[in-house]
Design a protein around this ligand. Structure first.
Ligand SMILES: [Zn+2]
Ligand SMILES: [Zn+2]
Length: 279
């Protein structure tokens, strides 16, 4: 049995209703985390007018479901002066995720984890093809979010690496990249957030490693930073995809506990490759 706090239903770009995700043989605690409404147009975010119904439907389900603990969440973007996780106080928790870095000359927000051709367009027109500056900006925005608008959970912290398949731009052992990660971990430490270990890149075959990479997991462990394991499911069939293999990576990285929500509180519980367990 597992817990998962990163799931997307039909309220945003996911498939299926809340009930479709209640796989009683897979999870004992679940959180829903639709993309929070954005102050500009987006094909994947929830519409602003749907937010009250979203929260109400989750509350209703909490009262009727007895075998799984249910929590309300939102995956919130961080765009300076426009939106951040601390703007949303209604759900039980927030996941703060950076999906945008700066804007094209026409004002369109550049999505850094979208299709690769769009990534290349932004890299050229916003960063003059300076990929180190682009990655630096991405992590700078992550640190700024943690300081100015901290979420409960930091979402997929190195997801921009999907644009660096086959080390097209750099290898992760380059000192400048390691420095960006280490600087970010310093801010994670002081912000008190939980870091998400996200399996979506693995089962979507966009990444050979989870977000974040195993060497980053080792640094997080060395700093005693709490983690959650999640699948970023956009379909009920993805609820615990690659959990077993990723749990093994976590064990190899030295982790013995996962953070879960139980009794309305975040608690660290034991886990092995088969799931979480209580002593
Ligand atoms: Zn995301
Ligand atoms: Zn997500």
């Amino acid at each position: 049995m597992w817990a998962n706090y990163h799931t997307h239903t039909h309220y945003c770009d996911g498939k299926g209703s809340f009930k479709d995700f209640l796989h009683r043989d897979q999870v004992k605690s679940i959180g829903f985390s639709s993309h929070a409404p954005l102050p500009f147009s987006s094909p994947w975010a929830m519409k602003q007018e749907m937010l009250p119904a979203y929260l109400k439907e989750i509350e209703k389900l909490k009262n009727t479901e007895t075998s799984i603990e249910i929590y309300s969440g939102l995956e919130v973007d961080y765009v300076p002066n426009l939106i951040g996780p601390s703007d949303f106080t209604q759900p039980d928790y927030t996941i703060g995720s950076v999906h945008f870095a700066d804007t094209f000359p026409d004002g369109t927000h550049w999505e850094v984890d979208g299709i690769h051709t769009l990534f290349l367009d932004g890299l050229k027109s916003i960063f003059n093809n300076n990929f180190r500056a682009a990655w630096g900006r991405y992590f700078e925005l992550t640190r700024q979010m943690l300081k100015e608008s901290p979420p409960t959970i930091l979402g997929h912290m190195d997801k921009m690496k999907i644009q660096n398949q086959d080390s097209k731009f750099f290898t992760e052992d380059e000192p400048w990249y390691q420095q960006e990660i280490k600087k970010t971990i310093e801010i994670i430490k002081t912000s008190g957030v939980i870091v998400e270990v996200n399996t979506r890149g693995l089962y979507q075959k966009k990444s050979k490693t989870p977000y974040p990479s195993p060497w980053i997991l080792q640094l997080l462990k060395a700093s005693n930073i709490p983690i959650t394991l999640s699948s970023d499911a956009h379909h009920p069939s993805q609820l615990i995809s690659e959990f077993e293999s990723t749990a093994q990576i976590l064990i190899q990285s030295g982790f013995k506990k996962l953070s879960i929500l139980t009794g309305n509180e975040w608690k660290e519980v034991n886990f092995n490759a088969n799931g979480i367990y209580f002593e």
